[in-house]
Ligand binder design. Structure first.
Ligand SMILES: [Zn+2]
Length: 133
């Protein structure tokens, strides 16, 4: 089975590598990035960095780096397809979060619209209707 490249790109564009790596490695925010103890080599001071903006992890100690799917494969020994499957729930959560946000926006806009029209409808259309009567 092969997974279309476009699907992988969509997946990686939506999920957050910090969410996924954060399930296996305790990460602490450090400036724009997150730092933690590298899961790939033994260390006592954190040199494992995860970048939310680049959606990449990189270890300054052992040089390992990659994206969310690469991390799952490397860290848990999953195959590519398994790693894609494991990433999918994060993708769904992101989409649902986006839908909830959109839903909230729509309700808010609808309320604004209803308030605005119910206020103006009476003052604008009634004199106009009266003028034609
Ligand atoms: Zn390392």
């Amino acid at each position: 089975m092969s997974i279309p490249q476009s699907f992988i790109q969509e997946l990686l564009a939506r999920v957050d590598v910090v969410d996924i790596v954060g399930r296996y490695v305790q990460l602490k925010k450090s400036g724009a990035n997150f730092m933690g103890l590298c899961p790939f080599h033994g260390e006592k001071s954190p040199s494992f960095s995860v970048s939310p903006s680049k959606q990449f992890y990189h270890c300054f100690g052992c040089g390992k780096n990659g994206n969310a799917i690469g991390f799952l494969m490397e860290h848990t020994g999953m195959t590519f397809v398994e790693a894609v499957k494991a990433t999918f729930p994060f993708y769904v959560l992101r989409l649902l979060g986006g839908l909830l946000y959109l839903g909230g926006m729509l309700i808010m806009l609808w309320n604004v619209l209803m308030t605005a029209t119910s206020g103006k409808a009476t003052t604008v259309t009634i004199p106009a209707a009266a003028a034609h009567a």
